[in-house]
Design a protein around this ligand. Structure first.
Ligand code: C2E
Ligand code: CA
Length: 568
């Protein structure tokens, strides 16, 4: 009898059970029990939707059954109709108080019993429907809220900020507004150094502060991560005051780390410009000062527009450029000054843009490091280098090692080592032929992970170069903690200021590095004088315009050929 609801009839008088079964077996699966205890047994094993319960029974009476049901989660909602004798008002009242849904009296008025049962079932179903509806409503409310709000901080999320800001600007057409974009310097480091809860606390506190600043006059939202945005009437609160306020609010949290916010301002001119584009401009302004420490706020101006358009072009064209092989690897040799011969080279990427001409990596690498495209570009460059090496090996039977730049983002991407290993296999190369340049800054940003990756590279036989040594704030720590094969120092870091001091530092560093049995390359060498000095402190490996500029593959090939011929 599938589909019928179960009805448990509990009565010690068999005649009553029989009667009730006759009445209800059309519409219910009737289950019978002769006393309370038997009833509980049935309840545990059968599916029951309603109980007709005699109150006076041997072994275990109806009240005990009711008491049991009402304190067990599974049965607390189960509807019970008590069966009493006529005139037992006391029993009827007690049964209702103990949670019976209704009662009927014996001897039964069959129509009345039917109606009461139907009522109770309808009521239950109604309750259930109401409960479902209420849950759905609540879910809708929550959903609505989470659609509008940023989950972590409770302020507007990106979409809501767009909508509310557009509405605000259009409602108050005569008021001038600023869009202010906020970003924390190296927020990832905070999450690494401390528990993620600390990062969350910083974000929540900042959100609270900015929300209060926006008040009723403006809008405030979190776009993602540590990126916040405000829209405020121009001149209401100067952005550097906001930054100061954020500083002191965050300091009061007592976190042992400087949390530095930077801000970019876009003064709104055209209120019908999509809000995301307004934010792009504010963000662009912020990027001009991000990380500078000296200046923390920057305002978007017309000059930046040109620059932004150029960047947009780069981002628009990058994918196509990679497919069309517009990226080209240039080679810059590293010389032994003493012997005047090429020891190795560095592969440096260039973009041969069809309409813009040759674009230098300084213009696009930072953008690709920002959007992640660098991971693909780097792999492309490594492969180009591998092809070059394979050709050289084929032609001359030996190769000049070439170093490639490994952007920090590669370390967040699994499969870096596998990719390189596969490259070696495909082009039949050995690990020492492709050297890996890792910048000191990327190490400083993520010491643990990078140290581990570097150890793995070296284990596989790759030569690891610490690039841009001395440019960061933790050079000594790098020397102490991070074993690499070669340290590369840029001459230009030492330029300006007192020449004698610069030389003293350089010779000290060279000595230290040598004591660590690490090799040394000085790059950016431009003058005879520099060469002479470097030689005087027994520094022999040099890279720089004095020897050769980065050159296209064909020119480098020619250069290698000349060397080869010179040898012969
Ligand atoms: P870097 O790795 O420090 O490369 C050295 C830069 O100094 C190169 O600039 C090179 O052309 C330049 N240079 C070399 N000798 C001299 C000199 O004597 N004087 C002067 N003034 N400059 C010299 P380039 O090729 O413009 O590259 C700039 C930066 O772009 C590189 O700095 C590197 O960080 C990045 N980069 C270049 N190619 C790649 C690449 O394939 N992948 C990644 N991730 N980054 C790359
Ligand atoms: Ca380099």
């Amino acid at each position: 009898m599938k589909g019928k609801q179960g009805m448990l009839v509990v009565d010690d008088a068999e005649i009553n059970r029989t009667l009730l079964r006759q009445i209800f077996s059309d519409s219910f699966e009737v289950i019978e029990a002769a006393n309370g205890q038997a009833a509980l047994e049935k309840l545990r094993t059968r599916d029951v939707s309603i109980v007709l319960l005699d109150l006076v029974m041997p072994v275990m009476d109806g009240f005990e059954v009711l008491a049991y049901l009402r304190c067990h989660d599974t049965f607390v909602e189960l509807p019970v109709i008590a069966m009493t004798t006529q005139g037992d008002h006391d029993g009827q009242a007690r049964a209702l108080e103990m949670g019976a849904s209704d009662f009927v009296t014996k001897p039964f008025n069959l129509r009345l019993v039917r109606r009461r049962v139907r009522n109770v079932i309808a009521q239950v179903e109604n309750e259930w429907r109401k409960a479902v509806q209420a849950a759905k409503d609540q879910q809708l409310i929550e959903m609505h809220r989470s659609i509008e709000e940023d989950r972590l901080t409770g302020i507007y999320n990106r979409e809501t900020f767009y909508q509310r800001t557009a509405a605000l600007l259009q409602k108050n057409e005569t008021t001038a507004y600023d869009i202010i974009y906020f970003d924390i310097e190296a927020f990832g480091v905070i999450n690494d150094l401390f528990h993620v809860e600390t990062g969350n606390l910083i974000l929540k506190t900042a959100a609270f502060y900015l929300q209060a600043a926006a008040g009723n006059l403006g809008t405030c939202g979190r776009l993602e991560n540590d990126h916040f945005v405000l829209c405020l009437p121009r001149g209401s609160i100067p952005a550097d005051m906001l930054i100061e306020g954020l500083d002191s609010t965050l300091q009061s949290l007592g976190i042992m780390h400087n949390v530095l916010f930077y801000a970019g301002i876009y003064p709104v001119e055209n209120i019908y410009l999509p809000v995301d584009q307004m934010i792009d401009r504010a963000r662009f302004a912020e990027r001009q000062v991000h990380g500078s420490h000296l200046q923390r706020v920057y305002t978007y101006d017309a000059k930046m527009r040109e620059q932004m358009l150029h960047e947009q072009m780069i981002l628009r064209d990058m994918e196509f450029a990679l497919q069309e092989r517009q990226f080209e690897v240039y080679f810059q040799p590293v010389y032994s000054a003493k012997e005047g011969k090429i020891l190795q080279a560095e592969g440096l990427v260039r973009w041969q843009h069809p309409s813009e001409g040759l674009i230098s990596p300084g213009l696009f690498i930072p953008l690709f490091e920002h959007n992640g495209f660098i991971v693909r570009l780097d792999r492309y460059v490594w492969e180009e280098v591998a092809k070059f090496l394979a050709a050289e090996k084929e032609q001359y039977g030996h190769v000049t090692p070439v170093s490639v730049n490994v952007s920090r983002l590669n370390f967040y991407n699994h499969g870096l080592l596998d990719f390189l290993t596969e490259l070696l296999r495909r082009y039949e190369l050995e690990a020492w032929m492709i050297q890996l340049e890792v910048t000191e800054q990327s190490y400083a940003e993520n010491p643990k992970q990078i140290a581990q990756a570097i150890a793995e590279f070296r284990e596989r036989g790759f030569v690891v170069i610490m690039d841009n040594f001395g440019s960061g704030t933790s050079s000594l720590r790098v020397l102490k903690d991070l074993p690499v094969d070669v340290i590369k120092l840029d001459m230009r870091f030492l330029q300006g200021g007192d020449e004698a001091r610069a030389r003293a530092i350089l010779s000290g560093v060279v000595q230290t590095v040598r004591a660590l049995k690490t090799d040394f390359i000085v790059e950016g060498v431009e003058t005879d004088e520099q060469v002479a000095y470097l030689q005087s402190i027994s520094c022999d490996r040099m890279q720089g315009y004095h020897f050769a500029r980065p050159m296209p593959q064909s020119a480098f090939w020619k250069l290698l050929k000349e060397e080869e011929n010179g040898k012969a």
